[in-house]
Design a protein around this ligand. Structure first.
Ligand code: KIV
Length: 254
């Protein structure tokens, strides 16, 4: 079980897989921390699974700061990573200013989506001493440009681009890299090539760790769940049952 980000390289060296989950609020973060999750991610997926937005492009710094602070109020052990939202890192100065705000709100590390083309921003963040996590593959913040959520690493050109992104992030000093929706063999090759810990989501089983969006895992957002995410609980069903029981009891005069 991780207690600080500096343990990541040793975990990778020893082949100890890491478990990462998203957290957006105090009670969930508290339970995940107690349950032994290695890293907590205040992901911008909160736009969809908490705030009801159609995708992550509407998530703002204000939202990220609000939820990062809520998670920080309870977490005692697991390092907390916070996402830089869409258009919050267009320039190195903007990326650094916003990364500093997330750290002030309680993040131990920040994450942004992209590889080679964001190296100046990433170097500004790491140069200021802020631990950094990369994110490559299918990038939810690019959903509009890409016209949907598409698996990456299917063609030789895509494979070359993914490997170039991973190597650039690694050389810039990323501690870990999220590999989202990547052909498993390509994710395995990236994992072999980089010093950073790879954290897969929809990228096969051979990455150094796995991440899931917690509502997908616990079944609290039943209206959409990606095919690779296995729900291990039915929080939505149990909530409906308890609330319907309560409503009936309130409405029934004995
Ligand atoms: O925002 C998020 O939840 C993420 C995970 C899907 C990795 O970035």
């Amino acid at each position: 079980m991780l207690t600080c980000l500096s343990q990541l390289p040793e975990s990778k060296r020893q082949g100890l897989p890491i478990a990462v989950l998203t957290a957006y609020d105090y009670p969930t973060a508290r339970l995940l921390d107690e349950a032994g999750v290695d890293l907590l991610l205040v992901g911008d997926s909160l736009g969809m699974v908490v705030l009801g937005l159609p995708d992550t492009t509407g998530v703002t710094m204000e939202m990220m700061l609000h939820h990062t602070a809520a998670v920080r109020r309870t977490v005692k052990r697991a390092p907390v990573i916070a996402d830089l939202p869409f258009h919050s890192y267009d320039t190195p100065d903007q990326a650094l200013a916003n990364a500093k705000s997330l750290v002030k709100a309680g993040a131990d590390a920040v994450k942004l989506e992209g590889g080679v083309s964001f190296i100046p921003q990433i170097k500004a963040i790491i140069g200021a001493g802020i631990p950094f996590i990369g994110h490559i593959g299918m990038l939810p913040q690019s959903v509009k440009e890409e016209g949907g959520y598409k698996k990456k690493g299917k063609t030789p050109e895509q494979i070359d681009l993914l490997i170039a992104d991973a190597v650039a992030l690694d050389e810039a000093g990323a501690l870990a890299i999220v590999l989202e929706s990547i052909v498993p063999d390509v994710a395995t090759e990236i994992t072999r090539r980089v010093k950073a810990s790879t954290i897969g989501i929809g990228a096969g089983k051979q990455t150094d760790g796995q991440v899931l969006v917690t509502p997908d895992l616990i079944g609290s957002f039943p209206w959409f769940r990606p095919p690779f995410a296995k729900a291990r609980a039915d929080v939505a069903g149990e909530t409906l049952r308890a609330v319907q029981e309560y409503v009936l009891e309130c409405q029934t005069k004995a």
